[in-house]
Design a protein around this ligand. Sequence first.
Ligand SMILES: [Zn+2]
Length: 458
Amino acid sequence: MVDGGWWMAGWDFYSHGMRIMRSLLLAAAVVAAASSSVGAQASTMGLARDARIAAALADVTPARLRMMDSMLVSFGTRHTLSDTLSATRGIGAARRWIHAQLTSFAKDCNGCLRVEYDTGSAVVGRSADRPTASLVNVVAWLPGRDTNRVVVIGGHYDSCICSVNSMDATADAPGADDDGSGTVAVMELARVMGKHFPRGFDASIAFILYTGEELGLLGSNQFAERLKREGKTVTAAFTDDIIGNTIADDGRVDSVSVRVFAVDSLAVGGGELARYVWATGALYQPQFEVLPVLRLDRLGRGGDHRPFVERGIPGLRFSERLENYKRQHLPTDTLNAVNFSYVAKVARLNLATVASLAAAPSRPEQTAYARDRESGGQSFTIRWSPVPNAASYELLVRRTTAPTYTRIVPVGNVTQFLLDEQLDDVWVGVRAVGADGHRSLTTVVGAPGGPRLPAQRR
Ligand SMILES: [Zn+2]
């Protein structure tokens, strides 16, 4: 199928017209890459735009985000060990307000969201006197056709002044950016997605506000463990954590890009998830740059995607491009430094990504490959396990050094395909395409440590 030639021209050419279009696209990509501060060019990776998702993005409202974050700050402190009885101060009042807000969103969509407290407790291992913390996450579920498959999007509503004293549960800890910003983004997503998609998607969505993050990811650990115990399949787990600062302490400004942190484990698929977010951003919000960072988190830092990644689930963290460390874990993390237009852009990226993944089928669970004898070993037969509700499949190809996929091969509704690639030299991903054109995450063929189909008898 491919007419030889050099690699950049190695995108699959099916017609002369496509070839001309691709060279034009390539020229545009080269120009864009030259003007990019990051260098690597985003690719939409063959994802299809959904007009209903695009319409929902417009409903994410900066003013509402600001209003909700100002309410969170008004509770004084949201330290996990703070007062739970007061109606106006402390983490108890904060979570009851969050629960009431989500419940009102549920009412507005005729009960499409199921709101609950996710409760438990854990010993705070990082404190010398090891207190037991009561852990109350707040969850809004948007059930899908498959209630056993879940896409998780969370933020942590607890706050601290950890840079002064991580166990101080009474002093003011406004946490407007960390993580009031992520909390209100997730709440806004629950509202907007409930309004636009009251019947849900293929997968269910958990909009979750975690507690205990600042004491060691306790709330997210509890929820990840619960989903595992309940036998849920988690397609992806995202966290929004500090997504509202646009001015660094040295005066640098960036309100036009966001970082996504994920481990590029081929077996687990964190890098595949980062590439999916990168492509989705380029498709729905091209003026807002996604900067994939292929490591778990910032150096020496952690977030609520980690407990999922530790359980073999693709997890990813959204964080502002520029952090201001004088406004984190301190009484100075105040509302006036949060840019809510910026938070809205991150929330729109969240929405497009979560909706696309939830609307798509699962990715193929297992893959296998075999060197093709007839071509002298230069082609490979790729096989994969069938996916319920898949209308067709696609193979995606990238060089092992390429940041994202450069060739997309539609193969129809089959579970085996002879691919004209030397698999020794590239990474190939396989994904499922739903009837309405939504694409699943990719499963990397022959990923070290990844799940394999049993060998086929010849
Ligand atoms: Zn945080």
